[in-house]
Design a protein. Structure first.
Length: 150
């Protein structure tokens, strides 16, 4: 599994922590930036990570900003992306089992590094349950086809 990782300045330190987690667990990743706490615009980083996941170059993506909200909204604009804002481990597991979220987003100003690590682990370790959940994902994809003007 390859994981694309990105953040804005507000999520930079949390991204660094998540990268340490990925390295400790020998999970292949690429850091798409930002690379400092200098102010940047979160849609730019959500875009490159989400595009890389949507193209299939990376199976998963992790995005951080101050709240996790901005990068979630932006990533979900990319067709094929199911980004989930996760600030607890139950939601992270469900994002994998029920929603097959291919990106999770986290807020550095909301949770600490220990919980963020547990969230990433819960999500990466979850297996999609299929069945009725697959039918619902099909309906989300149909919505996307209906409303996407690209
Ligand atoms: C940046 O100040 C902040 O707005 C951003 O990191 C994020 O929280 C937006 O949703």
């Amino acid at each position: 599994m390859r994981v694309a990782v990105g953040s804005d300045h507000g999520g930079f330190k949390l991204k660094t922590e998540i990268i340490a987690y990925l390295e400790e667990h020998k999970i292949d990743y690429r850091d798409f930036g930002t690379y400092s706490e200098e102010s940047v615009d979160y849609p730019d980083f959500a875009r490159v990570v989400a595009e890389a996941v949507a193209r299939g170059e990376y199976q998963r993506g992790i995005l951080c900003c101050g709240t996790g909200i901005g990068v979630c909204i932006a990533a979900n604009k990319i067709p094929g992306i199911r980004a989930a804002l996760c600030h607890d481990t139950f939601s992270a597991r469900m994002a994998g089992e029920h929603n097959m979220a291919n990106i999770i987003t986290l807020g550095e100003r909301v949770i600490g590094p220990g919980l963020a690590r547990d969230i990433v682990g819960a999500w990466l370790g979850a297996t999609f349950a299929g069945g009725r959940h697959a039918r619902r994902l099909d309906k989300i994809a149909a919505l996307e086809r209906e409303y996407c003007r690209c």
